[in-house]
Design a protein around this ligand. Sequence first.
Ligand code: IMP
Length: 455
Amino acid sequence: MAGKRKNSFAFCGGAFGDEGKGRVVDKFVEDFSQSKAVVVYRDNGGANAGHTLELKNGHRIALHQLPSGVFAKKATVVLGKGMVLHPGDLKSEIEEVETVLGAKIKAKILIDEMAALSLDTHRAFEAVLKTWHDGGKGATGRGIAPAYADILLRHPLRMRDLLVFDKKKIEDHYLLYEALIAGLGQKLETVLVPTLAGEKIVVGTKKEFVTRLEKQKEKLIPYISEVYQFLQKSWRDEKYAFVFEKAQGVGLDWRYGVYPDVTASDTTLRAIFPSTEGIIDPQEIEVRAGVIKATYMSTVGTRKLPTMMEEELASRIREDAQEYGATTRRPRGIAYLDLAALKFFSQAGFFNCLVLTHMDIVYPNAPIKICTGYELNGKEVSYRPDQEFLNQLTPKYIELPSWDKQALGKAKKRQDLPSQAKDFLDFISQEMNLPILMITSGPKREQGILFKKKC
Ligand code: IMP
């Protein structure tokens, strides 16, 4: 077993994304950046992710591809090899951050030259595929799966192709997707694809596509580099703190999630190893936190969880916790906490502790219903990553008492929490066999309690 690297924290969605990782990452990045240089590293996903930040100047901004540390002075934010990046959206996102700051970004941005491109061609292919049988239903439309598929098929365009700007290679990419889409009976040139701002544009002709990309790359060129050299140096230098920010959640992983409505990236902490080309072994990361919502689960897409809630309570939670997608504004489905699935995700995700968010989503006299396992034909069964299997299950529930929200809000340390909240946390920790690093009890920065400094 490798030794632990001091001041290294990783945060990973322990359920279906949108657990509130972003604000937890923000807190750690800001705390570290008071005294240290901090590296914020993202290794998976692309423009399908999204979290809204409230800045000190009152502005709100949704980040999609940029890691959270982009607002911290002493941060280096890394968009790693494992990501799939949309150059147009990334350019707009950087410009939006500059506008909100009213100045140049102080954090250093490093885009790994090996990160794959996720382009309008991919978005078009995904859009067309949706009209063909059941192909790709539920996807965010950001072209994530086709971009990862290009890597497996060994013909991706990467960030370094933008640097060199080999027109022929980019034109060949367009021609491939033109042929694929023609095979499905449509014309690439006229397919509408979403942009960061939410409007739709047509992909356009090959020439228009290449020209657009050529303009977009200008903004990104200063940030593209061979990230491995920086990582090799900084990971061994204790002057730097490291915060790893995952996107999505293990329940969306293409091998461990509720297949087929899964994303295409590796959403576990193990993905840090390949993304950093073996420089960072996740075993060495001191804190590997799985972030989950404390009292319920949310899901966006077409997957049907065994523990979906009745609509009356679900709609109340949806409004109270603002459960609408940050990227697509889709209302999220709400389900009871499913320990059988969460345990599986925790093992697959490689967690050594938990962060529980949304502790304030409780209602007086309404116990918290928790699924502790499932039955199939009278026999106990475990979670399996397969929608068809999960459709057949009958969940078994227990109920735990809820707590007083006001008392929770006033607590500054674990001992001050209402006894029901303490019992609840002990129960989750015992069931999941993991200690709890921190909890949050509202959207503001100060609405959180740190239980431990490391796991
Ligand atoms: P894709 O990542 O766009 O391919 O979408 C695949 C599935 O993952 C869809 O059901 C999406 O709704 C879901 N998904 C992707 N990213 C997120 C996220 O950040 N939060 C929640 N769900 C997501």
